[in-house]
Design a protein around this ligand. Sequence first.
Ligand SMILES: [Zn+2]
Ligand SMILES: [Zn+2]
Length: 483
Amino acid sequence: MKPVSMRALALAAALAGFGLPAAAAELSPQARAQILSTVERNEPALDHAALEIWKFAELGYQETQSTALLQGQLRDAGFTVTPGIAGEPTAFLARYKTGDGPVIAVLAEYDALPGLSQTLSPVQQSAGAPAGHGCGHNLFGAASVQAAIAVKDWMAANNIKGELRVYGTPAEEGGSGKVYMVRDGLFDDVDVAVHWHPGDVNSARQGDTMANVSGKFRFYGTAAHAAAAPDKGRSALDAVEAMNAMVNLMREHVPDRTRIHYVITDGGRAPNVVPAYAESYYYVRHTDPQIVRDVLERVKKAADGAALGTGTRVEFEAIGGVYSMLPNEALMTVMDRNLHAVGGISWTPEEVALATEIQKTLASRPPLSSVGEIEPAVIGGDFGGSTDVSDVSWVTPTVGLSTATFVPGSAGHSWQNVVAAGSSIGLKGAHLAAKTLALTTAELFQSPETVAAAKTEFERRRGPDFHYRALLGDRAPALNYRD
Ligand SMILES: [Zn+2]
Ligand SMILES: [Zn+2]
C-alpha cells in the first residue's frame, strides 16, 4: 500500500463530515486477487460471447442476437435487466444494487460495420456477410459484461454497498445510440461511467475525439426523358453535385481540423431518366461542438443554394451527432495504475505468425512487441475519430482505456481488424480490458475520495453554464439508418 498523503487524509476527513466513510484509495491485494481470478475463471464465457457476436455481425439497431446473448449472461449472473431503454429496442440496462453508495456504470457496445465482411484469413476475403466487426465491438460488449460480473461477485462476497450498472448501448457506429440515453436522463444519477475500446496499443490515454453531426440531404426534382424532354426535367442529382461543389470550395474557409465527408446514397437509376430524387449522406466533424454546429449551418445553406439553382427542393434529416470527449485526469490516473498492475499482452508463436502475415498487408509496421507494453496516459493529442461515449462524458465523469486487440499499425474499420477481433489476438486484448475495467470499477466503490475528485474536476472542465443539448436535436433514434 502507498503511504497516505496529508491531502488524502484531509479529503477523507471532509468526506467523513458528510457522513461518507473514509475508505482506502486502492484495493487490497486480496480484493485484487479475488477480482482477477473471477475474470480469469469466466474467460470462456467472455470468449464465447465475443466470437458469437463476431459471427452475428449485426448492424446498428439490428443487434437482436448480440444484445440477447449479453443480457442472458448478465441475468444468469444475478443482474436485473431492462431491455429496450431510450426507445432503442436493442439497448438494455442491467442493475445490481446492494444499498446506498456510488452508482458506477460500465458501457458495452456490440454493433458491426457495413461492408466489412471478412473470414479469419490474413488475406482479404469476404465471408459473404453484410457486415463485420472492424471496430471490435464484439470484444467491447463481451469484456465489459464479464468485468461487471466479476465486480458483482466481489461486491456480494464483501458486502460492498452501491449500485453497479451495465448499459448495453447499440448503434455506436453512426447511430449515436448513447445520445438518446443521455438525452433521456438515464445517466443523471450515475457517479462515474467506465468504458474501453479495442485498439492497437494498451493505454489509458485520453486523446481529443471529434464532435460530429451526420445527416442526409434529400433532393426532390422532376423526372423527364433525358433526351426527348430534358427541358421539362429538373435533376435532383444536379442539386447533389452542385451542393458538393460548393461544400468542396468551402473547405478552405472553415476552421483548421474541420472534417467534412460525404457519399451519394442515391443518384438516380438510369442515365436516360432525369433523376427526380437524389440523396447524399454528410458528416461534419471538429473537436469543438460549436464549430460543428456552425459549419453544418453553412453546409445546409449550400444545400439550399443548390436546390434554388437547380429548381429542386431539399430536406435535411440529422441522423447522428455526438460531442467530443471530456477527459478526467483523476479517473485516468486510476485506470492507468490498474492497467500497469495487470500488465501488457504476450502472444503465442501462432499469434505472432498471424500478426506477421497481417502486417504484410499494412503500410506501417510498428514492432509486434509493443503489445507487451503500456503507453503513457496523457490527456490530449490527436485521436481523430468520434464516439457517442463523449455525450456520456458531459453528464457524468467518464474514463476509458484502449487495449491491443488489433495488430500494431492496423487502420481502424479495416478488414485486418475484423480478423484480429475474431481471433485469439482480439480475445487476449479483451481479457486485459476486462481485468483493468473490473479493478477500476471495484476501486471506485471503495474510494469515495476518487469519486469526489473526479466530480470536482468534471464540474471544472465542463464549466458552470453548461447545459446538455444533443447535437442531433430532438429526433427519435434513427432505428432504420442501416436499412
Ligand atoms: Zn468503435
Ligand atoms: Zn468504429
